[in-house]
Design a protein around this ligand. Structure first.
Ligand code: GTP
Ligand code: MG
Length: 649
């Protein structure tokens, strides 16, 4: 297949320099390293296959240090998983090797005769594109030493392949691994998280009677339980990632206090506030591998949505007092707070997204047009996380620009890093496509990245975009510019040329983007206005509606093999959950309710027989034909005729 290289020239140049530098320094540092953990074997060309050193922007190709390094494990993980770091060249076509590895996996899957353990190892190697044979274990001393080695800038890397840990404490392991394959640990959970929220349970009501001097027969005075705490989700403008959910994923609101004597109502449970970054989409967690139901998205700082309302407090006996029952010995349990798993997904709220192949100069462009200071270096995947910058114009007009990690061929299928962040571009109104003018085939690079965008999402490909041909300060780029321009013009696209490094042509690009953005915003204004007026509490409203479901609405299903009848209905199930069975009057009330809401009648109609099991919520009973009521050793069969129960709310 024709070479799709974007960086061949760069890497040939770089690799000669870098190898000479790194060989010298690694030899020096190897001798300083007192406790090396793993040693790299010499590569086929006699040179150690070291990862490329970053090259400073200002230093014109001089080796320099990283501006900010991720923790060592992440760095190693990243290196191990991105096989291309081991080769001296990184190019779009490099991922042919990965494709070949994929095919290898398929062959292994088909070939049942291959020994399992052997094939597993090969598949792993194929996945990583890494030949484990290149490393040899020298010393298995404590892992803690690694940090020291790292801090000293030691170039003997402790390569260890570790299973990526799930961000969900053991839940949905397989899904997480598949989804986050190839992403360094520091980035996991950055823009996706799965959290558990639970509204507070209501406090229980109590049975109490007033006893006071000179107040004979003081009457019932058991207070109601307090309401459980609510769960809110709020946008915190200072957050720009979902990183806090990497460690803390459980959010439980406080339960309401129980009621007390002297008609004291229990205190309300404490609310819980889940803070998310602007641009977070919230979904109900779906089954493994499936996307859950969309609930809402929070865009602006300060926006707050009530997610789950707390459970209602149970009524105390004072609430059950009536003309016919002046001494009620009955109280309710507090209502259980609803719980659910939520999927959070952060999509950056940027106006403009800068996309392009790795090393094209995206971060350099952002650093020139805004005050943002992204890491810039002469190696692919310098940018691991999106960077945001604000471009200011006259009249206080601004636009937010996001610089995204580079896209590779196959990115939509998970190669490289860019796909992890493509979703961020979904919210951008306009894209700037930076093309590396120093690459071997800029037209091909352009096509490949466009195709990735299309494959990821057709809507993304439809977004208006501007093409910026970069590195025009280099003669190689100038040579290619004319043919690139002509080929794009033939397709009706008018590309811009610029040199991000010295700022030439960037002004034109920025103004063109801004014009496009203004036009786009105008078009979208109506839709945005509609979106802003959305009711963010609609989830809580649904829960409240479910709670107020009538007790008369239920469905009965029958399992003839076990002679079981299942009565399902939100109202009646809630009633069972709130019934406090330790009071005998509760049992009578329960019988009465079943009679009144028509469960008994329906069961008789459907042909319930003596001894059949009937299940309502947590309650299991046996049908007793003698008086058409449920019978059970626990349940009283006495008539509840004289008990007046309050209307169900
Ligand atoms: N000569 C020249 N070099 C440039 C120009 N723009 C960027 N570079 C260099 O290209 C290299 C890559 O630049 P970055 O801005 O890090 O590229 P990127 O697209 O953000 O790369 P990734 O984050 O890895 O995807 C750096 O060494 C820059 O100095 C330019 O206009 N001219
Ligand atoms: Mg970058």
């Amino acid at each position: 297949m024709a070479s799709l290289s974007t960086c061949v020239a760069l890497h040939t140049l770089y690799s000669a320099q870098a190898r000479a530098n790194t060989r010298r320094s690694s030899q020096r540092k190897l001798s300083q390293n007192r406790n090396p953990k793993l040693k790299l074997r010499t590569g086929p060309n006699g040179l150690p296959p070291l990862p490329p050193s970053p090259v400073d922007l200002s230093g014109g190709g001089e080796a320099t240090t990283y501006i900010r390094l991720p923790p060592k494990e992440d760095f190693v993980d990243d290196l191990v998983q991105s096989s291309n770091f081991f080769s001296s060249e990184v190019k779009l076509s490099d991922f042919e090797a990965v494709k070949a590895a994929e095919e290898k996996i398929l062959i292994h899957e088909n070939d049942r005769a291959v020994d399992d353990s052997e094939s597993e190892e090969e598949i792993l190697e194929a996945n990583l594109g890494l030949d484990f044979g290149k490393f040899e274990l020298l010393d298995q001393n404590s892992v803690g030493d690694n940090d020291d080695d790292y801090d000293n800038g030691d170039e003997v890397l402790g390569f260890q392949y570790e299973e990526p840990e799930s961000f969900l404490d053991g839940e949905d392991d397989s899904e997480g691994e598949e989804k986050e394959k190839g992403v360094p640990a520091v980035m996991r959970c950055f823009d996706r998280a799965k959290i558990y929220v639970k509204a507070g349970d209501g406090g229980n009501g109590v049975v109490a009677f007033r006893r006071e001097k000179y107040v004979p027969l003081g009457g019932p005075s058991g207070g109601d339980g307090g309401k459980g705490g609510n769960v809110y989700v709020e946008v915190d403008g200072s957050m720009n990632s979902l990183l806090p959910f990497r460690k803390n994923i459980h959010f439980r609101a406080g339960r309401g206090s129980h009621g007390q004597g002297k008609n004291q109502v229990g205190a309300k449970g404490e609310d819980v506030l889940v803070k998310v970054a602007p641009g977070t989409v919230i979904r109900e967690a779906g089954k493994a591998g499936e996307q859950g139901k969309f609930l809402f998205e929070l865009l602006h700082p300060g926006q707050r949505a009530q997610m789950l309302p707390g459970g209602r407090g149970g009524r105390g006996n004072a609430s059950f007092k009536s003309g016919t029952n002046k001494v009620p010995k009955i109280a309710e349990n507090g209502e259980k707070g609803m719980e659910m798993w939520l999927e959070l997904e952060l999509k950056l709220v940027a106006d403009v997204g800068i996309v392009g192949a790795p090393n094209a100069g995206k971060s350099t462009l952002l650093s020139v047009i805004s005050a943002a200071q992204p890491t810039i270096a002469n190696y692919p995947f310098t940018t691991l996380l999106p960077n945001l910058g604000v471009v200011s114009f006259d009249y206080d007009e601004t636009m937010v620009v996001a610089d995204l990690p580079g896209l590779l061929e196959g990115a939509h299928r998970g190669f490289g890093l860019g796909h992890e962040f493509l979703r961020h571009t979904e919210r951008c109104s306009v894209l700037v496509h930076v093309v590396d003018g120093w690459g071997q085939q800029p037209e091909y690079e352009f096509e490949a990245v466009r195709l990735e965008l299309e494959l990821f999402s057709p809507e993304l490909a439809e977004k208006p975009y501007i093409v910026a041909f970069n590195k025009m300060d280099l003669p190689e780029a100038v040579e290619k510019w004319t043919s690139f321009k002509e080929s794009l013009q033939a397709r009706g696209i008018e590309p811009f040329c610029m040199s991000a490094v010295n700022g030439q042509g960037t002004r034109e690009v920025v103004y063109a983007v801004y014009e496009l953005l203004k036009k786009r915003k105008k078009e979208n204004q109506e839709a945005e206005g509609w979106a802003d007026s959305l009711n963010l509490n609609h989830v809580a409203d649904i829960v409240n509606k479910q709670r107020s479901a009538s007790i008369n609405e239920f469905e009965i299903s029958h399992d003839s093999s076990s002679n079981t009848w299942l009565v399902v209905g939100a109202g009646i199930q809630r009633f069972v959950q709130m019934t406090n069975w330790k009071y005998s009057e509760s049992v009578r009330r329960f019988q009465h309710v079943l009679e009144a809401c028509g469960v008994n009648k329906s069961l008789i109609k459907l042909g319930v027989k003596e001894g059949d099991r009937v299940i309502v919520g947590e309650m299991e009973m046996v049908w007793d034909n003698s008086n058409d009521k449920f019978g059970s050793s626990n349940l009283s069969k006495s008539s509840a005729g004289s008990v007046k129960w309050p209307k169900w709310k």
